[in-house]
Design a protein around this ligand. Structure first.
Ligand code: TYM
Length: 333
């Protein structure tokens, strides 16, 4: 059986990278896979401090973005993680399966904890175990994500394999990452060598899903570039990370590839390319953003979707968790 699972953290500043690298791909996958779960991962969010009021609003914002982008809540399961306790319960079991050495290798922990890792939360360190629990609580088989989640998904495979080995049964599937499209790693608009990120303190580094038309156009206009005109072939973008990023974003928004974009804009400078990119971004994002705003004003509707999703998710996860408990040797009524 094939089953999709993926998630987004409700940590605020949902951005173009999240949309192009993940959410937009999910919209397409819902037609290919009958069984899809999309989760607002609030347990993950609190691995770094979240103001409680903001967390509530950001949870609704991410759910609104998923629905506005075109994920159908009738056909798919949209829910927030904390409402299905199997995630936390299975994560504990995986805390006891995963090895410290495996987590020590996680580059995202090193990046997020920074120099002062003694002050990072234990949750931030154990984060990938919870991610494994998210997917495997449903025996998820396919996980559509951006490039930055690749290492975490390798760990999920290691955890599944060790669990199956330790308990002597091919119980959990080996998950397949689905990393596709031209925007698997959208970079910062201010620095082509760092990823566009929710936590970047510079708001100009990213296009937020809540930015208005003027904001989008202004940020693209101000984006860092170089003085050269665009090349006619993709090879010419080597060593030009900012140019490569903007061309990649254009290709993703236009649903085409980098070669096609360079076929059209090769030889032209950024003075011509940036306004074209801004127009395209506004044309493609505005309808999603308008619907997102409408949904964010209708918290009741969003909450109803999340609640119904949590019930469906809970039914699925409870059955699997009970089998896990039997395998592990937990006595239950
Ligand atoms: P998060 O919330 O950081 O990001 C959500 C999704 O957006 C993708 N993404 C990007 N794609 C392209 N360019 C970027 N600059 C960019 N930034 C983010 C991410 O790859 C992700 O697909 N650990 C996950 C959430 C998670 C999860 C899971 C995902 C928790 N449990 C289980 C899949 C399955 C995270 O922090 O995503």
């Amino acid at each position: 059986m094939k089953r999709i699972f993926s998630g987004v953290q409700p940590t605020g500043n949902l951005h173009l990278g999240n949309y192009l690298g993940a959410i937009r791909n999910w919209v397409r996958l819902q037609d290919e896979f009958e069984d899809c779960l999309f989760c607002v991962v609030d347990l993950h969010a609190i691995t770094v401090w979240q103001e409680p009021k903001d967390l509530v609003a950001n949870t609704r914002e991410v759910a609104a973005a998923m629905i506005a982008a075109g994920i159908d809540p009738e056909r798919n399961v949209i829910f927030n993680q904390s409402q299905v306790s199997a995630h936390a319960e299975l994560a504990w079991i995986f805390n006891c399966v995963a090895r410290l050495g495996w987590l020590d290798r996680m580059t995202q922990f090193k990046e997020k904890a920074g120099k002062d890792k003694e002050r990072a939360s234990v949750g931030l360190y154990a984060y990938p175990n919870l991610m494994a629990a998210d997917i495997l609580a449903y025996k998820g088989t396919h996980v559509p994500v951006g490039e930055d989640q690749k290492q975490h998904l390798e760990l999920v495979r290691d955890i599944a394999q060790k669990f199956n080995h330790d308990y002597g049964q091919e119980f959990f599937p080996q998950v397949e990452p689905l990393i596709f499209g031209t925007a698997t790693r959208v970079m910062s608009l201010k620095d082509g060598s760092s990823k566009m990120s929710k936590s970047d303190s510079a708001d100009n580094s990213r296009i937020n899903m809540t930015d208005n038309i003027d904001g989008i156009a202004r940020k693209i206009k101000k984006a860092k570039t170089d003085p050269e005109p665009l090349p006619s072939e993709a090879q010419g973008l080597d060593g030009r990370p900012e140019a490569a990023n903007l061309v990649g974003i254009y290709a993703a928004l236009a649903d085409t590839d980098v070669e096609a974009v360079l076929g059209e804009f090769g030889g032209q400078g950024f003075g011509a390319f940036k306004p074209a990119l801004a127009d395209l971004a506004v044309a493609k994002l505005s309808p999603v953003q308008d619907e997102m705003r409408r949904l964010m004003d209708d918290a009741e509707h969003v909450d109803t979707v999340l609640h119904a999703g949590a019930e469906k998710a809970n039914d699925l996860a409870t059955m699997i968790l009970q089998e896990v408990q039997d395998l592990v040797g937990f006595l239950r009524p």
